[in-house]
Design a protein around this ligand. Structure first.
Ligand code: SF4
Length: 219
């Protein structure tokens, strides 16, 4: 069946995880997708299990767009957030971002590249994704420099670029404290949001066991 979003059915996202509604990954409620695969190696990477390009699950971009549309209805999301892994290393991300804008929602992207380097990447899909990005948080995550002031930003070296007029630095929500979300679904505990050192062990443990001892999948 062809996609109502005019996305080729052959386009797939390689994902480590997604959540249809979170308030810990950008302004408002957002549909967040973590890509499986990153070519960078930030010292102290907060998501090492998302570094290999093998693994995770494939999801057709059209199916992801349908889930985003549903989340818009059910959760009144403001937009999507792409994390990783490295969104700029996944060509299908641009098509998803374009479909998201088609739904009237915003696109926020976390990348380990600084913007100046990202603009030099020869892959046209990177340029396309940047053109479809409203807010870009750039630069490697440095665990030795945790951010304590700016919400949704992991380390102090990272910059926030407002690449369109859709979101603004004046939004007071950027000044609220950083947050961590913990969800229990069936036998699985999921953690996402600010990579607080005190919570790192929590999301490295793979699953909850019946005794009530808790563990987690990747954020
Ligand atoms: S960009 Fe993200 S996933 Fe990649 S090495 Fe850096 S912190 Fe890890």
């Amino acid at each position: 069946m062809s996609s109502p979003f005019r996305i080729p059915d052959s386009l797939f996202l390689q994902l480590a995880q997604l959540t249809p509604s979170t308030e810990a990954e950008g302004p408002g409620r957002r549909f967040a997708l973590w890509f499986q695969g990153c070519p960078l190696r930030c010292p102290g990477c907060c998501n090492p299990e998302m570094l290999p390009f093998d693994g995770g699950e494939r999801l057709a971009v059209g199916d992801a767009a349908r889930q985003i549309e549903e989340a818009s209805r059910l959760h009144q999301i403001e937009g999507i957030t792409l994390l990783g892994g490295e969104p700029l290393a996944h060509a299908a991300a641009a098509a998803l971002a374009r479909a998201t804008h088609g739904l009237g929602l915003s696109v926020m992207v976390f990348t380990g590249y600084v913007l100046e380097d990202a603009l030099q990447l020869p892959d046209p899909a990177v340029t396309e994704l940047l053109n479809e990005t409203d807010v870009l948080v750039d630069g490697p995550y440095l665990h030795a420099q945790p951010e304590t002031r700016r919400r949704w930003v992991g380390s102090t070296n990272q910059r926030v670029h407002f690449l369109s007029g859709r979101c603004s630095a004046d939004d007071p929500r950027w000044l609220l404290p950083n947050t961590l979300e913990i969800r229990l679904r069936g036998s699985e505990l999921r953690v996402n949001g600010f990579p607080a050192r005190s919570a790192v062990g929590l999301w490295k443990r793979p699953r909850v066991v019946a005794t009530g001892e808790r563990g987690a999948s990747a954020p």
